[in-house]
Design a protein around this ligand. Structure first.
Ligand SMILES: [Ca+2]
Ligand SMILES: [Ca+2]
Ligand SMILES: [Ca+2]
Length: 422
């Protein structure tokens, strides 16, 4: 019996991606000879849905496979489904095979995918900022700057100006625990197997002059949690059910709180200089907070930052944030009279935790987990959310607050960093 087969590839470019690449749909090429090779031409970096028109039952099993050339950067996802996802960064010819079994019958097909260079250059950097919800902090209303009358949309636009299209943008501060920014790329950052895929830039640095001579790496390390989303429904927006957390090195730390929630109250006074004589005093009981772990306290207003630490465009009396709280990483290594705060870095998988050129600032999309901690293997990601993962005041240093100054697709920039095997 001669089988008629068709190799179907559907381009999954969303509107946003189409602005960057010329989208190509696959050619339907019927053949009668199952030993023949079907050829498809696609452009680099485009996610394609691949299926066969073999009319198989719902019980059929599938195995898509590709011999991997050592230096080829590609994704072959959902390889045991009727439809697989394929994308490649490196132009060239790829050979994919399909082995299917249905009602005791075996079917083998072979496909040749010719990947040409992308028809338009995409940006390896942030292409859009979707949301900005900082928590109170000493840099809030300053980076980015709030101008009287600004709305939330104006503040998002200010983040856009700071971050979009830049290798290294201008810093934005997320404030204390929970403060977040959501941004995206103009293409899907592919999840290349065995490699780290992107990094988000912060301003972490290690201090050379720690009074504790045997201390591990530390300095200014203010880790933020990374959430990633693949635009599965192709609506060019991050939807609630598309987000997954990157499980960094402290995900299984017994002191990490996975369902942390904190509520900040609007400060009742901004008066720094109560007697009007010009010497600024800190306000110890400045912004009251409570959390769902039975704790409460105050964010302190320090003498270095005079502006309100509560987002000025927000009219609500309370701000609620939730997410994963990392254990405290800050220790005062100084003395009673000479404080010396050191924030020690964690292993990997966070933002603003290690310097930007450190391999452990780079993230493997395969570290993503669902709400129950189960690993998910996304074909790539379109959107990233970063939020501050610490609730800590460090004396005169002020609160620990994650900063963001950009993000980069490592594959598009030709940076090859192996994953850490976890
Ligand atoms: Ca990867
Ligand atoms: Ca979506
Ligand atoms: Ca920082």
């Amino acid at each position: 019996m001669k089988l008629k087969d068709t190799f179907i590839a559907v381009s999954l470019c969303g509107l946003m991606v189409c602005a960057c690449y010329a989208c190509s749909s696959g050619n339907d090429t019927p053949i009668d000879d199952p030993t023949a090779t079907v050829t498809l031409n696609v452009a680099a970096n485009e996610m394609q849905e691949i299926s066969t028109n073999l009319k198989l039952s719902a019980q059929a099993s599938y195995l898509w496979h590709m011999e991997s050339a050592p230096d080829s950067l590609f994704v072959l996802q959902d390889s045991t489904s009727a439809r697989a996802l394929f994308a490649a960064i490196t132009p060239g010819v790829y050979h994919i095979t399909l082995s299917a079994t249905d009602n005791g019958q075996h079917y083998n097909r072979s496909y040749q995918v010719s990947v040409s260079a992308a028809s338009a250059v995409c940006s390896p950097y942030i292409a859009e900022v979707y949301d900005f919800n900082p928590a109170p902090g000493q840099f809030i209303n300053e980076i980015p700057a709030y101008v009287k009358g600004n709305s939330k949309a104006d503040m998002i636009a200010a983040c856009r100006k700071a971050l979009v299209g830049k290798e290294k943008g201008d810093l934005i501060s997320l404030g204390g625990f929970g403060g977040s920014v959501v941004f995206g790329f103009d293409h899907t950052v592919l999840n290349i197997k065995g490699r780290r895929d992107f990094r988000v830039l912060g301003n972490a640095f290690f201090a050379a002059a720690n009074p504790n001579p045997n201390a591990p790496r530390g300095g200014s390390c203010e880790p933020g949690i990374v959430m990633v989303a693949y635009d599965k429904n192709h609506n060019s927006k991050p939807d609630d059910d598309e987000w997954y957390e990157i499980a960094g090195s402290e995900y299984t730390n017994s002191k990490t709180v996975h369902d942390y929630q904190i509520t900040y109250s609007r400060p009742t006074t901004e008066a720094h200089d109560p007697d009007g004589e010009g010497e600024l005093a800190s306000i110890a009981q400045y912004i009251y907070w409570t959390d769902n772990q039975g704790h409460s306290g105050y964010k302190i207003k320090n003498i270095y930052h005079d502006q309100s630490y509560y987002p000025a465009w927000i009219t609500d009396a309370k701000l609620v944030f939730g997410g994963t709280l990392l254990p405290n990483n800050a220790i005062d290594e100084g003395t009673e009279s000479a404080h010396y705060w050191v924030q020690y870095c964690y292993g990997y998988g966070y933002v603003d935790n290690v310097p930007n050129n450190d391999i452990d600032s780079a993230i493997d999309i395969d570290w993503a987990v669902d709400k129950n901690g189960n690993k998910v293997h996304l074909p790539g990601i379109d959107f990233v959310k970063v939020y501050c993962a610490m609730n800590k005041e460090c004396g005169w240093l002020g609160e620990t607050s994650t900063e963001v100054m950009g993000a980069v697709d490592l594959h598009v920039t030709g940076v090859n960093l192996p994953t850490n095997g976890k």
